[in-house]
Design a protein around this ligand. Structure first.
Ligand SMILES: C[S@@+](CC[C@H](N)C(=O)[O-])C[C@H]1O[C@@H](n2cnc3c(N)ncnc32)[C@H](O)[C@@H]1O
Length: 216
């Protein structure tokens, strides 16, 4: 396949993937021989078509942002998969799950295979990790004392902590944060879905700190 007919870097227009590699097989070690032979229908951008999972992870690892995301999972939060998928899309460094280890992977759409994940039993454990790693902790919830996300600047080396449906962010997370930020709302609902809030806040960080000339 010549460069001028190869699909572009995004997944649009080529779903559900590509067939077997046409012509002589390349010997680039990033390519997976099975995918070259059978085709590649994975949920990956076209730039990564036929690449091994390890090669994809290694490539993203060179470009991860100094943004960490944490979600509290003391109940059983169904939003975590969606948070992981969004974190993957933004090349977040690591998604931290606090509390229960088990979470529903369905919303992740297999993106968890390419995303660094880390578990912490307690919020204190997460906060200790942030301190060791030089991350400024920002809690995200619309609670009294929060400043508006729209009116504040997120730190560059940043850990954003989100609460779960129902109880919201814990007091421990708020106490450990340099600030709590809220997303401005205008309707009747008390809150937006936690995964939606995570997407909005992650994108606020991206809009402030990321080099969008390097995006797909
Ligand atoms: C559904 S909310 C539950 C708590 C919420 N404070 C309430 O009173 O309904 C779950 C999580 O989503 C995030 N969230 C939802 N709406 C938000 C908003 N307007 N601003 C900031 N975070 C929000 C927070 O992380 C929150 O802990």
């Amino acid at each position: 396949m010549s460069d001028d007919v190869r699909p572009g870097p995004t997944e649009w227009g080529t779903a559900p993937g590509v067939g077997p590699w046409p012509g002589p097989l390349p010997d680039d070690p990033r390519y997976d021989p099975d995918l070259l032979r059978d085709g590649d229908t994975r949920n990956v951008v076209d730039a990564y078509r036929y690449w091994t999972r390890e090669a994809i992870i290694a490539d993203i690892d060179t470009r991860r942002h100094p943004l960490h995301i944490a979600i509290e999972n003391f109940g059983n939060d169904a939003n975590i998969g969606t948070v992981v998928r969004t974190a993957n899309a933004f090349a977040v460094d690591t998604v931290h799950i606090v509390g229960r280890r088990r979470w529903n992977r369905r919303g992740a759409m297999v993106t968890d295979r390419y995303q660094r994940l880390r578990h912490h039993d307690t919020t204190d454990g997460l906060l200790a990790f942030a301190a060791e790693s030089g991350l400024d902790v920002v809690a995200v919830d619309n609670v009294p004392g929060a400043v508006r996300l729209e009116d504040t600047r997120l730190p560059r080396n940043c850990l954003l902590i989100f609460g779960q449906e129902g109880p919201g962010i814990t007091v421990d997370a708020q106490r450990g944060a340099i600030k709590t930020v809220s997303i401005a709302q205008f309707g009747s609902t008390r809150s937006v879905n936690a995964a939606v809030a995570a997407g909005i806040a992650m994108h606020a960080w991206i809009a402030t700190h990321a080099d969008t000339s390097q995006a797909w």
